[in-house]
Design a protein around this ligand. Structure first.
Ligand SMILES: CC(C)(COP(=O)(O)OP(=O)(O)OC[C@H]1O[C@@H](n2cnc3c(N)ncnc32)[C@H](O)[C@@H]1OP(=O)(O)O)[C@@H](O)C(=O)NCCC(=O)NCCS
Length: 150
């Protein structure tokens, strides 16, 4: 069922106490739990200043999240490049501009540290995510992903 926030969602920095709710939303959007991933992410967020994580909160409840950051030359990628690692909005609150608000807030803070281009990876067969990023103006970039089964 679609929920209507009674007040405008607040975008704020993710806190360790948000972990349970973030994992809950992640399970809803991905269909499988990955608590170790989130514990590692939140640990990294605390230790590495270039990683940024935000949540959207409405009426005291976390309803969406985003994790991204500035590259600082990871994978040979220069520091003007930022990335979006993961994003999710509780299905009951989707199509209300929450993810767009999270993305805008994140890009505003990335711009302040010199980022002028954002990259992200999306599965070819994930039309919802593709449509979302297309709606923000994302286009196919120069990099391709390579993989090898070992
Ligand atoms: C993609 C996702 C983040 C969008 O969140 P949202 O809060 O509903 O998005 P917004 O309301 O900000 O959407 C902004 C625009 O994106 C596009 N869009 C978003 N969801 C869409 C969908 N399901 N189908 C088509 N277009 C979509 C629309 O153009 C939308 O504008 P509109 O509603 O005015 O038409 C959300 O559907 C989600 O969490 N999906 C699962 C993500 C996931 O798999 N994450 C893990 C790996 S990163």
């Amino acid at each position: 069922m679609s929920e209507k926030p009674t007040s405008s969602p607040v975008i704020r920095t993710m806190a360790p106490s948000d972990l349970d709710r973030v994992v809950e939303i992640d399970i809803k959007v991905l269909g499988k739990p990955r608590p170790e991933y989130w514990e590692m992410k939140l640990d990294l967020v605390g230790k590495r200043s270039q990683i940024s994580s935000l949540v959207a909160e409405s009426d005291g409840k976390v309803i969406g999240f985003i994790i991204g950051g500035a590259s600082r030359w990871e994978y040979g990628v220069p520091e003007n490049i930022g990335w979006i690692d993961t994003i999710g909005v509780d299905p009951a609150y989707q199509r209300k501009g929450i993810a767009k608000n999270l993305f805008t807030e994140m890009t505003n803070s990335l711009k302040q540290v010199g980022v002028d281009t954002i990259i992200t990876f999306v599965k070819r067969r994930d039309p919802n995510l593709l449509n979302f990023f297309n709606s923000l103006g994302f286009q196919k970039g120069d990099m391709i992903n390579l993989e090898l089964d070992i």
